[in-house]
Design a protein around this ligand. Sequence first.
Ligand code: AMP
Length: 126
Amino acid sequence: MSYTYDPENIFAKILRGEIPNATVFESEHTLAFNDIAPAAPTHVLIIPKGPYVSYDHFSAEASDAEILDFTRAINEVCKITGVNMDVGNGFRAIANTGRDGVQDVPHFHLHIIGGRHMGRMVQKAD
Ligand code: AMP
């Protein structure tokens, strides 16, 4: 399987500093920032700094260091936003992928959404 990464996608431009973002957390391999159109009181996007299209691409080709860094960043974001289960009420993590997953931006991103009850996960098709 080969993945084609488009370096002109909007998150690549954020990573290059060409457009601004509201950073929540940053580490060596990972950036987290507020979604520009939040679906809930907390809506943060966590992205790897490397050029990965999707979660499956990232999990196949990212280095161990990148994967570890990304995974730890999830905890940092949940602590910073207060949705973690220690002090908050939880959250939903979503990785929309490809056409069926309705992914708009072709740079892997994990949505962390919370601050309200999220309802059922996915509606059944008719
Ligand atoms: P997805 O459908 O999973 O690809 O979601 C892409 C997300 O990126 C949407 O929730 C958008 O609101 C968000 N988004 C698009 N452009 C920006 C931006 N410049 N800064 C922050 N979030 C953005």
